[in-house]
Design a protein around this ligand. Structure first.
Ligand code: URA
Length: 239
């Protein structure tokens, strides 16, 4: 890869700013000052530094966000704030997008990445990646609902869902539940409860595939996935 491309891809600055660094002798390739922007870099073996700081090349980023309510799972919007607006410039630079959607009023686990292949696999209906949600539901959720979800329920558009595992944590005026589903139809959790005559009033995603929401992340914050977490995701989708 060309040196100037690598440096601008890694967020060092625009192509123009990168040229400035090069002219000023701030860039070293394997300890030698380099000034030519078009010099070739082997991203696996060469060591590039800018002002003494090593520049580690990477193509993809993987972020786990605790999405807050009121923010759209999109990359841009003319009216509302999006999850990408919550990222630092350093991370936005990689052009990540949300892997799947949570409703505007849903909180919790949201993966953002620029790895299109991984995203495609995680979202593919064939892979049946489980997602677990925690919800508050108006009214008493019963074992009959658990049974109905286990058999699949018919949504308002006639679609029959795959089996869902419903765990009742608290049954009462407002019930608390956890639901695991392996699909991602539009408003699926809310519509599954509507099919049994109940209304979800609070929804939070707890996990996606092998990854649990990191509860140390406060709403609206995020962190990069560890290498191990990325590997787990890859294994889930057999990449
Ligand atoms: N199901 C819903 O109804 N909403 C979400 O945001 C996610 C799953």
């Amino acid at each position: 890869m060309r040196l100037d491309k690598l440096l601008s891809n890694m967020g060092i600055g625009s192509r123009k700013e990168v040229r400035q660094y090069l002219r000023n002798g701030a860039v070293r390739l394997n300890d030698e000052i380099v000034k030519k922007p078009n010099i070739h870099v082997n991203t696996d073996a060469d060591i590039v530094t800018v002002l003494g700081e090593p520049i580690v090349y990477r193509e993809y980023i993987y972020l786990m966000m605790n999405k807050p309510q009121g923010v759209l799972s999109a990359t841009e919007d003319t009216r509302d704030r999006t999850v990408v607006d919550l990222l630092s410039a350093d991370h936005r630079h990689f052009k990540p997008f949300p892997v799947g959607r949570l409703d505007k009023d849903t909180e919790g686990f949201l993966l953002l990445s620029n790895d299109g292949k991984l995203a495609h696999n995680l979202l593919s209906p064939k892979k049946e990646v489980p997602k677990t949600y925690y919800a508050h539901v108006m009214g008493i959720v019963t074992e009959m609902d658990t049974e109905s979800f286990k058999n699949g329920v018919m949504l308002d558009d006639g679609y029959m869902t795959k089996p869902g595992i419903l765990r009742i944590l608290k049954s009462g005026e407002v019930s608390e539940i956890e639901l695991t589903i392996t699909e991602g139809k539009f408003h699926q959790v809310k519509r599954m409860f509507e099919s049994v005559g109940k209304k979800v009033i609070y929804l939070k995603r707890l996990s996606m595939g092998p990854l649990q929401l990191d509860e140390t992340l406060s709403l609206g914050t995020y962190r990069e996935l560890t290498e191990e977490e990325v590997q787990l995701l890859r294994q889930t989708t057999n990449l």
